[in-house]
Design a protein around this ligand. Sequence first.
Ligand code: C2E
Ligand code: MG
Ligand code: MG
Ligand code: MG
Length: 277
Amino acid sequence: RAKDLGKNAYHFYSHDMNRQNTQQFSVQAALRFALERQQLKLVFQPQMNLATGQLSGMECLIRWQHPDMGWISPAEFIPIAEETGMIIPIGHWVLLEACRTAQQWRAAGLLVPKMAVNLSVRQFKPGVLVEQVASVLQETGFPAYLLELEVTESLIMRRINEAVDIMNALKAMGVTLAIDDFGTGYSSLSQLKYLPLDILKIDRSFVEGLPCDHDDMAIAQTIIAMAKKLSLSVVAEGVETAEQMQALHAAGCDTIQGYFYAKPLPAEAMAQMMQRV
Ligand code: C2E
Ligand code: MG
Ligand code: MG
Ligand code: MG
């Protein structure tokens, strides 16, 4: 779909730019337009605590509602937003909109659990990110202890020195930090101990084969055991069946997120899952 987005504009810019640049250029323009015209939306995926069976958190996920092409997945446009730099204003919008929405829920008397927001590599900038998070929290009134920031494993390991300083500053503000898609990057496990993390999210690819696939089972169990030794809380992503949930619970996993419990929901449906204070 990202390719289709660029097609219309192709004729106008094709002279000295190569095709890929042209496509990126037009997708970038489309994304800027999308942000201005409020075509970007947030959905919220509930997380369940395995010990209590209760709602214990949620992850905020972006969607693009294109007037002609319908819903476009972030897997298609986030990589282009990252390459073109559009992720900077988009990422800021996500953080602001998420905190604003959650604070409105609180004001309406709902018991709002922790809310996770995804960050991408381009946002992880010294002198920018920490200031941005602080100003969003101040502007919205959403408390830092309810905000969780997710960064992917590969991003952190690519810029580990820079990342540690930024993460320490975020932690000092009271924000919770999670490492996302764990197991898919190329980190050495020993590097994890240098990061001020609170949560480790096991990637969906290891959850998929549970409980039958012995390799996936061994990997999931090992990741959970390691996380526990490092005093990290574990969230398993992409849990679709009761059997997967049971296997994860038996292995000591704390929290699950996935279609088995709930799909990503529009704000109104998410609010209905919360209790009143
Ligand atoms: P992620 O952060 O790992 O998010 C989890 C993805 O798994 C989401 O895909 C979610 O809809 C999907 N998922 C959840 N439960 C299940 C399940 O039971 N089965 C299956 N098959 N999938 C499940 P989504 O929403 O398409 O997002 C894809 C990725 O796009 C996210 O992966 C994240 O890396 C990125 N993304 C989404 N929103 C944002 C954002 O606001 N900022 C940034 N930087 N990246 C974002
Ligand atoms: Mg995530
Ligand atoms: Mg993930
Ligand atoms: Mg994932």
